[in-house]
Ligand binder design. Sequence first.
Ligand SMILES: NC(=O)c1ccc[n+]([C@@H]2O[C@H](COP(=O)([O-])OP(=O)(O)OC[C@H]3O[C@@H](n4cnc5c(N)ncnc54)[C@H](OP(=O)(O)O)[C@@H]3O)[C@@H](O)[C@H]2O)c1
Length: 296
Amino acid sequence: MSFTLLDGKIISQRVREEVARQTEELKRSRNLQPGLAVLLVGEDPASKVYVRSKAKACQEVGFLSEEIRLPFQTQETELLDCIQKLNQRPDIHGILVQHPLPPHIQESLIYETILPEKDVDGFHPFNMGRLLLGIPQFVPCTPLGVIEILKRYQIPMEGRHVVVVGRSNIVGKPVAALFAQKDFGTNATVTLCHSGTKNLKAHLKMAEIIVAAIGKPQFIQAEAVREGVVVVDVGINRVSDPLSEKGYRLVGDVDFDGVSKKAAAITPVPGGIGLMTVAMLLKNTLKAAQMTIKNL
Ligand SMILES: NC(=O)c1ccc[n+]([C@@H]2O[C@H](COP(=O)([O-])OP(=O)(O)OC[C@H]3O[C@@H](n4cnc5c(N)ncnc54)[C@H](OP(=O)(O)O)[C@@H]3O)[C@@H](O)[C@H]2O)c1
């Protein structure tokens, strides 16, 4: 079976161009430049790469971009103080705290301190609550990227059976909530699976759309899925590869080579949802800046 590659590179580039055009317009007509502050605590190598790519993406679309790097030993109160200052700044419309934080910092407290109108990651309970109530304001970027790529490839979601594997607060739960929205172009029937799910394979076999957000390399294999399934692979896992320059390569939670033989459409890793996530962050930041005009 030939499949459609759901290409995050192409779609994210299109989104970036749209954001760049709208940013130019905002600057010209309102003298307003969207601004994003990204905070990184510690030295996690993967987080450093993500923060750098987010800052670069911001600059490319014409945003003000501020990268704040704090040492691993930073105390919770210092980080809260830093967020409070960013909350007050009119030139900063979005605040993002890179995940994961060191264990001595309570993540939920950090997310709750960011003003909901600057919460471009959508992790504040206010924004999560709005999503569940069906009146989303800021939606987490990765789930938003999943829906966006499916919409842009005109993959029907209405009434279809979606199986989401993984129930994290940043991916699984919000993506399930998005698919279940009544008026979001989605309106799907959702099954949310996790490590306590009995007979995962039976659920996967019934899925018309699968979203994998597990964090286990190539966990979903071809024999678990049915012909014609649409697969969105959110997973980003490093596996050792002595042949590569870095000594590792990135793979998803889905065995791409096997599953793509049965799938109607599938996202690659890399080149899929990771790129969409950054593009959605730009969209959310632009929206946060635009919202300040409406609030004037
Ligand atoms: N593309 C992107 O931009 C992006 C963004 C965020 C994350 N990611 C990637 O996406 C993956 C998931 O991230 P996350 O933050 O959501 O991970 P997480 O917080 O570790 O959550 C993993 C989820 O998978 C479930 N799970 C684990 N083993 C399972 C099994 N054998 N069967 C069924 N479910 C199982 C867990 O169930 P329990 O709840 O029962 O423990 C949990 O809900 C990772 O590879 C991460 O790197 C990518």
